[in-house]
Design a protein around this ligand. Structure first.
Ligand code: PEP
Ligand code: MG
Length: 608
């Protein structure tokens, strides 16, 4: 009956208008398509007599919807009304939240050489020889079937997205994954796929989404790589300014390892994913017509003024060098300051620690001025295969050796975090199911091995061991006994180690007097605490709990008031500049933040 009803039900429709200046571009489209796919009903979007399926990123993108365009969203079938309502809500949120990329204001210039004006992507100044981008395709032996290469590429993008979720550019990986998923059934072989990429990206030619064509090329390159077809890009080993039509977003990482001083692109826009990543990497870059620029010519790239000086005079070079020196001085000043302690106006020293995931992020945190590690998210240390005891021990040892003060969290898997080698049966509500410390019941061998490795790596160091998602005192005492038994079994002395908990489940707030008797320290995980205080899943695409709500600060105040053991904060709130003054006023002494926020957090503290 309901099938019959759904088949013959009337389609429901609504009109949606693009209000973002950036148009309905790849990242919001990816989220829209992803939500559409969660409904089984048929959902289409119609614009200028073209109707497309909203479950495919490529089809939706091909409408090239720009600011002011109104399209009709139609849903037909099972739960059509719910689909329409949720998609409308998501669309409105996406339009509201879509940050407009502000045009960088150009400073005045007075160069004697001939000047080429352009659009600024990222500010800076460079004087170096030009080098034209070149690639070379190398075929390695490979028997990987095309479909497998497609799936490996999607998995790879998924891992990049989930591991960089704290990074504001992570959405680029989700968008590329959804783009690839939308093309999955369009082709069975690489040549077919190449054709498909070409025709899809050609649909964006000349539209406002033109610059997103490089995302199509990027996914093609990723699939090719998994088929053994590697595109090798060569760069000189002396400083250079890169001339290029366009770069692929995935190439920016590689570029960072070269002696690049600046980048001049011809066919991109300040909104492209390549531009976003160039800005994040701090590479001075400009968009201009590269045609008149020749290889191996010394030029000045001044992206404060938004110009290229083609035949700079001695005066021009002097001026540019002086400006470049000033830029470096400025950077050096903030860079040296990040190693200084963060002291408030009233003379309180607030410790700024780092949240890290592996050896690389721990090294970066050290370079960025972290005074310790407040949270080692151990679940990200080994993402693909289960590590051996020895591998784990070595990795922990390397990280522990970098800092005096270290807090390592035992595996926090479940909910939004998954590992391929840990199977958790499907649950109705994974966020309320087996996760965090509850894994000690379901996967005791795995946790025993992890603790064993941590104990061996810690040696005599007073490493802090933290259990995630603890909700009762008994849960903590049992887990600590489990750890003590592991030490006994392997005849290890762990009397130097401290044991504490993350405060992320609200029940802990009401049990603090009892917790004070057994734990050595607390760390407030505001990401999950906010989620559970408001009963809003932290990854929900439509709903968002306000981490700056008075409820969250009141919870923190309660904790600081009742706790008799040291308390730190390691959730995202710790690095939020609007929260820092309030947190300090409540009496917090230690903040643990993402490495990129360390210098800025210290600076905020100095002003309180
Ligand atoms: C938190 O929940 O605030 C936290 C720091 O842990 P994670 O984000 O890793 O769940
Ligand atoms: Mg958490």
């Amino acid at each position: 009956m309901s099938l019959f009803k759904n088949l013959f039900s009337k389609p429901l429709s609504t009109q949606l208008t693009v209000t973002s200046n950036n148009g309905f571009h790849l990242r919001p489209v990816a989220q829209f398509a992803s939500l559409s796919k969660s409904f089984s009903c048929q959902i289409t979007a119609t614009f200028k007599n073209r109707t497309v399926d909203t479950k495919g990123v490529n089809t939706l993108l091909s409408l090239s919807l720009e600011r002011g365009d109104t399209f009709t969203l139609v849903a037909k079938g099972k739960k059509a009304d719910e689909a329409l309502e949720k998609l409308q809500l998501l669309f409105e949120t996406l339009m509201q939240d879509d940050k407009e990329i502000k045009q960088i204001e150009k400073t005045a210039y007075s160069y004697e050489g001939s000047v080429l004006e352009g659009e600024i992507i990222s500010e800076g100044i460079a004087i170096a020889s030009t080098y034209t981008y070149r690639t070379q395709e190398v075929q390695h032996k490979s028997n990987i079937p095309f479909k497998d290469a497609l799936h490996t590429s999607m998995d790879e993008l998924d891992v990049l997205y989930t591991t960089q979720i704290d990074n504001e550019n992570a959405g680029i990986y989700l968008a590329q994954k959804e783009l690839l998923a939308s093309l999955e059934n369009e082709s069975k072989t690489l040549p077919e796929f190449e054709q498909c990429i070409e025709s899809e990206s050609n649909k964006l030619l000349g539209t406002k989404l033109d610059s997103k064509r490089s995302d199509y090329q990027d996914i093609l390159q990723r699939v090719k790589k998994h088929l053994g077809l590697e595109v090798k890009v060569t760069f000189p080993d002396t400083p250079f300014i890169l001339l290029c039509n366009d770069l692929l977003p995935s190439e920016i990482d590689h570029l960072l390892q070269t002696k690049v001083e600046g980048v001049i692109l011809k066919e991109t826009s300040v909104n492209s994913h390549t531009a976003i990543l160039l800005r994040a990497a701090g590479i001075c870059s400009l968009i201009t017509d590269t045609q008149s620029l020749v290889e191996n010519e010394t030029i000045i790239l001044d992206t404060h003024a938004g110009v290229v000086v083609q035949d700079p005079s001695d005066n021009d070079r002097l001026k540019a060098r002086r400006r470049s020196y000033e830029d470096k001085e400025q950077k050096a000043l903030s860079s040296t300051k990040r190693f200084e302690s963060a002291i408030t106006q009233k003379g309180r020293h607030i410790k700024v620690f780092a949240n890290v995931t592996d050896i690389k992020t721990a090294e970066t945190a050290k370079e960025d001025g972290a005074e310790g590690i407040g949270l080692l998210r151990s679940e990200f240390l080994f993402k693909d295969v289960k590590p051996s005891l020895e591998t784990q021990k070595e990795a922990y040892k390397e990280i522990f050796d970098m800092f005096d003060d270290i807090t390592v969290r035992t595996l926090d898997v479940g909910g939004d975090k998954a590992l391929p080698y840990i199977q958790i049966p499907a649950e109705e509500n994974p966020f309320l199911g087996v996760r965090g410390v509850r894994l000690f019941h379901t996967h005791p061998e795995l946790l025993e091995e992890q603790l064993h490795a941590i104990f061996l790596a810690a040696g005599n160091k007073p490493v802090k061991i933290m259990f995630p998602m603890v909700s009762s005192v008994e849960e903590f005492t049992k887990t600590k006994s489990f750890a003590q038994n592991v030490a006994k079994k392997y005849e290890l002395d762990i009397s130097n180690l401290l044991f504490g908990i993350m405060i992320e489940v609200p029940s802990v707030l009401f049990l603090l007097e009892s917790f004070n008797e057994v734990v050595d320290f607390y760390s407030i995980g505001t990401n999950d605490l906010t989620q559970y205080l408001f009963a809003i899943e932290r990854t929900h695409s439509l709903l968002k709990a306000d981490e700056l709500s008075p409820a969250v600060f009141s919870a923190i105040e309660t904790i600081l008031h009742k706790a008799t053991k040291p308390v730190s904060i390691c959730g995202e709130l710790a690095g939020n500049k609007d929260a820092i003054p309030k947190l300090l006023n409540l009496g917090i002494e230690t903040l643990s933040v993402a490495h990129k926020c360390i210098a800025q957090t210290k600076e905020e503290i100095r002003h309180v």
